[in-house]
Design a binder for this molecule. Structure first.
Ligand SMILES: C[S@@+](CC[C@H](N)C(=O)[O-])C[C@H]1O[C@@H](n2cnc3c(N)ncnc32)[C@H](O)[C@@H]1O
Length: 284
């Protein structure tokens, strides 16, 4: 690890701690009501609002600085990958994690072949992609704004006839297992994914899986939403897709999209059923 990597790691941990602190600050402010302002006034101190605005301005300024680095950062990586605005028929693997697909552009947050954050939008011009694959990424984005924002970006960068294949945790199966009291479903899930302290109830597992109540400090990594077929199909329609088809593990009619087996989570099974929901959408 270089010194710069160590510094980046430290900065990431620091910003997570800040996220937690800001959440706690908001809790304090909502609990204390006008009392801190009364105290500041009585002590002849600057109003609390002024101090908060100062902190807010510093954060906004820092964010503007960081935002100005996005374009050169992405440009340098795309050049290395040999991609420019004339490139066509790209295969884009979003949220690749440790699974680098050959002949695909594998995109994730740093470190990755193309390191970026999907919330910045996709760094491609309209219609440059033939196929897009995302496995267990969408549930990590807030719904609806960020999730539908990404799906709209995917719709934009796909060429007409281009296809997106999506795998997400199947929350409908989770609800059914909860209702049937199927402990084995949840135990097998923990074996695949880990998590919990060994004593978690079915409801705790289910809600965490479906994105309920993520811890502020883990906001970046935690699930923030859950999908069943209808909800994912609706999100795709809002994003501009009209041609949406359910799929199953490795069952794409497009050979290029028979890639689920590269992902351990997409491959995870309970008996003969997969934990994931698979869907494809084609751009008209
Ligand atoms: C559960 S992992 C799935 C990894 C892999 N696709 C798989 O099927 O095993 C979620 C991945 O999405 C990435 N991710 C989450 N939010 C992201 C974002 N805003 N931008 C880019 N990647 C993100 C994470 O870094 C992580 O690699």
């Amino acid at each position: 690890m270089t010194d710069f990597d160590a510094m980046a790691d430290h900065n990431r941990r620091l910003s997570k701690a800040m996220l937690q602190s800001v959440f706690e600050l908001a809790c304090d402010l909502s609990g204390l009501g006008p009392f801190p302002e009364h105290v500041a006034h009585a002590r002849g101190q600057a109003p609390l609002a002024q101090r908060l605005q100062g902190i807010q301005q510093q954060i906004v300024q820092l964010r503007a600085e960081l935002q100005s680095l996005r374009a050169p950062y992405l440009m340098q990586q795309l050049q290395k990958l040999g991609i420019d605005q004339h490139s066509k028929d790209l295969q884009l693997h979003i949220g690749s994690g440790p699974y680098v697909l050959e002949h695909w552009v594998n995109l994730d947050i740093y470190p990755a072949q193309l390191a970026t954050n999907v919330l910045w939008g996709l760094p491609f011009t309209d219609g440059q992609c033939r196929y897009v694959f995302l496995s267990h990424l969408l549930e990590h984005l807030f719904y609806p704004t960020d999730a539908i924002g990404l799906l709209s970006e995917i719709h934009r960068v796909l060429a007409p006839g281009g296809v997106v294949r999506i795998a997400v945790p199947d929350i409908a199966q989770c609800i059914a297992a909860y209702q049937m009291g199927d402990d084995a479903f949840f135990n097998a899930r923990v074996e695949h994914w880990g998590g919990g302290d060994g004593n978690a109830t079915r409801l705790e597992h289910f809600l965490a899986y479906a994105g309920a109540g993520p811890d502020p400090a883990w906001l970046f990594e935690a699930h923030k939403f859950g999908y069943d077929h209808d909800t994912l199909a609706r999100a795709l329609r809002v994003a501009g897709f009209t041609n949406i088809t359910p799929s199953t593990y490795m069952a794409s009619v497009h050979p290029a999209l028979q890639v689920d087996s590269h992902s351990q989570v997409a491959s995870a099974r309970y008996g003969d059923r997969h934990y994931s929901l698979f869907l494809e959408a084609t751009k008209d």
